[in-house]
Design a protein around this ligand. Structure first.
Ligand SMILES: [Zn+2]
Ligand SMILES: [Zn+2]
Length: 418
């Protein structure tokens, strides 16, 4: 089948951008909007995405796409094959919602108390379904496109769970690509950061064991409050004195707990917090220095410590050839002026980073606009990620779906990138 292209001039105020969206996808916009809103109205938390996964699998099956289920518990993969090439590429969306009470009252608001699609994963799922539908019906490629719908992006590491269940063995692919909506960037623009784009996310807990006493007899104690204060101060020198000024890192102590009365020196204290970095060497160094400072400072005061450092998500690092390729596709779809390549990296984190540790690929942002797209009855808060007044912008559905289609078709049409 012939792929029809049409130039779309979209006017907003004095701004005009030219988009080359795919006609059959534009004709499918109302259906995608209905799917997106149905998912929005029925949000499910990490690893509980049973209805969402059923909806995704039913749509794919209905369009003649074989599905693999059960990877990462609720994950779904659609396998779209054409021709006889052994080459393959993966496109990934996420399906989970957040434990948040929605403040919007429009008709597609959450029907599940305390749960909300406040990160736009409803939109990510709908955009990838739009691409799958087009590729199944009109797809002009030779090879396999895997459309990956993962669970539990919000802290549950659903990408890793799918990989641990054999995603890349069952679905061998050359590269994998991801996309996330980005509020306050112009609606429909596409952005990317070559190299490190999102930070690693890590948690720590330090327990200091001292010796309690009457507060009027401090000489009989080993005061864990003083030890905690010294360690907290010294840890702040890790970013300022041990990290290269050209690297970025965050070390935030977010809780210090100890004590029960004004006249008691407590016998222990604890501190917890988070560390963010864009590279693993910087992360390794920070973990090592935190441990050294804690152990040696405690020893200097006669106290002892137990230090736990938990690595959640690694840094998300875009691969160079795949990023250059993706930028070319982005320009084809939204025009040169619609592509932002100087986006600031963010200290937020994203579990697609696990996939990029095993496979080459690239993760991009799609602008969600300033919130004026929201329907009457939206909450009074800003249209920001994880805000109870957020809503995904349905205008992005054909744009994101067109990007996915062009990305897959062009990836399989050109010689391998590596
Ligand atoms: Zn989120
Ligand atoms: Zn998200």
């Amino acid at each position: 089948m012939q792929i029809a292209d049409r130039r779309h001039a979209r006017r907003r105020g004095t701004e005009e951008t030219h988009m080359k969206l795919i006609d059959p996808i534009l004709e499918f916009h109302d259906e995608l909007k209905a799917i997106r809103r149905a998912i929005h109205a029925n949000p499910e938390l990490s690893y509980e995405e049973a209805q969402t996964a059923d909806l995704v699998a039913q749509k794919l099956t209905g369009w003649g796409i074989p599905v693999i289920r059960g990877l990462g518990k609720t994950g779904v993969v659609g396998v779209i094959r054409r021709g006889n090439s052994a080459r393959a590429v993966g496109l990934r969306a996420d399906m989970d919602a957040l434990p948040l009470q929605e403040h919007n009252s429009f008709s597609h608001k959450s029907r599940n108390d305390g749960k909300m699609h406040a990160c736009g994963h409803d939109g990510h799922t709908a955009m990838l379904l739009g691409a799958a539908h087009y590729l199944a019906v009109h797809g002009n490629f030779d090879g396999t496109v895997y459309v990956i719908f993962q669970p539990a992006e919000e802290g549950g590491g659903g990408a890793k769970a799918m990989m641990d269940d054999g995603l890349f063995e069952q679905c061998p692919m050359e590269a994998v690509f991801g996309m996330h909506n980005w509020p306050n960037a112009k609606a429909g623009c596409l952005g990317v950061v070559p190299g490190p784009m999102m930070a690693s996310s890590n948690e720590f807990e330090l327990v200091i064991d001292g010796k309690g006493s009457h507060a009027a007899q401090p000489h009989l104690s080993i005061d864990p409050v003083m030890v905690a204060v010294q360690i907290a101060q010294s840890w702040q020198t890790i970013v300022s004195r041990n990290t290269s000024p050209l690297d970025s890192a965050v070390l935030s102590i977010t809780q210090i707990h100890t004590g029960s009365a004004t006249n008691i020196v407590p016998d222990s204290a604890s501190m917890i917090g988070t560390v963010r970095t864009f590279t693993l060497p910087v992360l390794d160094m920070i973990e090592r220095r935190m441990r050294e400072i804690a152990e040696h400072t405690a020893a200097a005061f006669g106290a002892s410590v137990a230090f736990k450092f938990l690595r959640n998500y690694p840094p998300l690092i875009n691969h160079k050839p795949e990023t250059e390729f993706a930028i070319g596709v982005m320009k084809d779809v939204v025009g040169d002026s619609g592509v932002l390549v100087d986006v600031e990296p963010t200290m937020g984190s994203e579990d697609f980073a696990f996939m990029l540790q095993q496979k080459p690929g690239c993760y991009v942002f799609i602008g969600n606009g300033d919130g004026t797209h929201r329907e009457h009855g939206h909450g009074l808060g800003p249209c920001n990620l994880h805000n109870p007044s957020y809503d995904f912008n349905d205008e992005l559905l054909p744009i994101g779906a067109s990007y996915w289609v062009r990305l897959a078709e062009q990836f399989l049409a050109q010689p391998p990138l590596r």
